[in-house]
Design a protein around this ligand. Structure first.
Ligand code: SIN
Length: 292
């Protein structure tokens, strides 16, 4: 029998009593879907899925999409992105690591993905945990004066600006990357298309510019919001077990991966992505490209 158990007081629901490869009735699915919207994160433990079954499960939550690192898509199932440090014939089968700083997937797109599903096949005995933060709870907890100050602000998400923060080991963006990476304007308070609840959408580690505000004012404001939203009372650290499936809501949660010993241990995860506004009934994407 379906059981929905809170993971912490502020974030996540563990879904028990369900085999994701079996029939999930429409009634049970509605309850699971609502828990995802309400608590940002679903956890199913002890599951075993083929790529086809993962694709089918993802599709119940919305349209499937791909948008990044296509060289690591599972060859027979390009909807699946392989995250792994395993090599085959001397070549990596997946992306060895993913966003280690707080972020919301595809923040730099005009139409960021609504959700991301990660299925753990092999996990290291230590390290490789994933953190989550509930950005609706963070918004709700802001002082009223701060809500009033930020409610109509737009944040400018720039891949060019974020490169040295997110990848200090990589070279500066090339002229071609600069031309292709158009800045995006997003509401800093994001209204969830399904629930109508507000969430902070301020990103995790880059002092983004706020449109129309001098940098000397916008950098400390954004930094305050970023630090506010990852306080322990809004976050959860997931210690993976093989057979875990996590589904997070990028409209209301941030996450970050943590390192593990890539030489000593193997990690193999299959990731699928749920498309943005079109799969959730909103008429327009949340972000807007800024002409350069
Ligand atoms: C992700 O950010 O897509 C995956 C997180 C992880 O590998 O822990």
């Amino acid at each position: 029998m379906l059981e929905l158990v809170p993971i912490t007081d502020s974030i996540g629901t563990e879904v028990r009593g369900v085999d994701v490869t079996g029939d999930i009735s429409a009634r049970d699915f509605d309850r699971i879907y609502q828990a995802w919207i309400d608590t940002c994160l679903l956890l199913f433990r002890g599951q075993k899925m083929t790529p086809e079954q993962q694709i089918a499960l993802t599709r119940r939550f919305g349209e499937i999409t791909t948008y990044t690192r296509s060289e690591f898509n599972e060859p027979e199932h390009p909807e699946i992105l392989v995250l792994s440090n395993i090599t085959r014939d001397g070549k990596p089968i997946g992306s060895a690591y993913s966003g280690r700083v707080w972020h919301s997937d595809g923040h730099y797109l005009s139409d960021p993905p609504a959700g991301t599903m990660l299925y753990a096949i092999e996990v290291p005995p230590e390290g490789g945990d994933t953190w989550f933060a509930n950005m609706m709870a963070a918004y709700d907890a802001l002082p009223a004066a701060m809500k009033e100050r930020i409610d109509d602000l737009k944040v400018v998400i720039s891949r060019v600006q974020s490169r040295p923060y997110n990848y200090p080991d990589r070279p500066a963006p090339t002229p071609e990357e600069r031309a292709a990476w158009v800045d995006m304007r997003h509401p800093i308070v994001r209204r969830h298309e399904v629930s109508g609840r507000n969430a902070l959408y301020s990103g995790g580690n880059v002092p983004w510019r706020i449109e129309g505000m001098p940098e000397a004012e916008s950098a400390p404001l954004v930094t305050f919001l970023q630090e506010f939203s990852v306080q322990p009372r809004f976050t959860y650290c997931h210690r993976w077990q093989p057979g875990d499936i996590l589904l997070w809501d990028n409209r209301s949660a941030m996450h970050r991966a943590t390192p593990y010993d890539y030489e000593a241990y193997r990690r193999l995860m299959h990731r699928t992505t749920i498309a943005g506004h079109l799969s959730t009934g909103s008429p327009v994407p949340v972000g807007e490209a800024i002409a350069s």
